[in-house]
Design a protein around this ligand. Structure first.
Ligand SMILES: [Zn+2]
Ligand SMILES: [Zn+2]
Length: 276
């Protein structure tokens, strides 16, 4: 090969490598770094932003926390949430196709502080519920603004398809409700000083990633979206582990659990749990 061509080849290689580095940098930019989606599950919709109804079945004690969560998640560029009056018995909190039922009750000493449940058809969320357990929230340890904000914000966040950013309870708070912690306010100072009571920019980035593509149909607000679910999906005591299927994930300290119940044919129910 003549010296000149060899030099030119070298030049192409150098430019090529620089381009590869540049592409790698783009791939790891903060927006792309967000990676806490939950198996790419999402609500189907034909345009953004979409508006998801959160049905308010909570007591006046919980209303301010639900209002805060609803308005804070609505900061997302891809979705809005709107509160609508709930018609469910909070004790059973049965799901409604196309929306999220939010409930509180004294569910008993069953071990869980809060749960979020999502029913899936293939990759699309068709309905969801969020429950917070007053049996524990009435105790001094959890009867704080910080714990109520953390749990309400995180459980509602799961119903959009978000996973946790971090699951270790005694490390530095990331400043998001999707980071589990033993100091949600950050005021004890043992986990740094950030509050884990609200979403952060990383959560909004992740939502934008999950909801970048558009679908040809919509499950949001659809009264028929969940009609393809087998009858078993809406029956039984959904507050009970016996109905949640198999445990597929547990956090290092065992405070967070994820269950999957597979009904076959791409129909599934996931249950995210925060233990008390
Ligand atoms: Zn889709
Ligand atoms: Zn969770």
């Amino acid at each position: 090969m003549p010296a000149m061509s060899r030099l030119r080849l070298l030049g192409v290689l150098v430019i090529g490598s620089a381009l590869a580095v540049l592409l790698a940098l783009v791939a790891f930019s903060p927006a792309a770094q967000a990676n806490h989606s939950w198996g790419k599950y999402h609500w189907a919709r034909t345009s953004n932003p979409f508006t998801l109804k959160l049905a308010d079945n909570v007591s006046s004690t919980w209303d301010p926390y639900l209002r805060t969560t609803s308005s804070e998640w609505s900061v997302s560029s891809v979705l809005n949430t709107t509160l609508v009056p709930g018609t469910r018995n909070p004790t059973t909190c049965t799901p409604t196709s196309g929306r999220v039922e939010v409930c509180n009750a004294a569910y008993g000493t069953n071990g869980w502080l809060g749960v979020a449940q999502i029913w899936i058809s293939r990759r699309h969320i068709v309905q969801g519920t969020t429950k917070v357990n007053d049996t524990y929230f009435n105790r001094a340890k959890y009867n704080t603004d910080a714990w109520r904000n953390l749990v309400m914000c995180q459980e509602v966040g799961h119903t959009f398809g978000l996973d946790h950013q971090d699951e270790i309870f005694n490390n530095t708070n990331l400043g998001t409700c999707m980071d589990y912690t033993n100091d949600p306010s950050g005021l004890a100072g043992t986990n740094g000083t950030l509050s884990n009571e609200h979403p952060n920019a990383h959560d909004y980035d992740q939502l934008a990633t999950i909801y970048t593509h558009l679908d040809t149909k919509t499950t949001v607000g659809s009264t028929s979206a969940a009609s393809t679910m087998p009858p078993a999906a809406n029956q039984g005591n959904l507050n009970s582990r016996a109905e949640w299927g198999r445990e597929i994930h547990e956090s290092p300290n065992g405070q967070l659990e994820l269950y999957e119940r597979d009904f076959g044919g791409g129909k599934r129910m996931f249950t995210f749990v925060i233990l008390a």
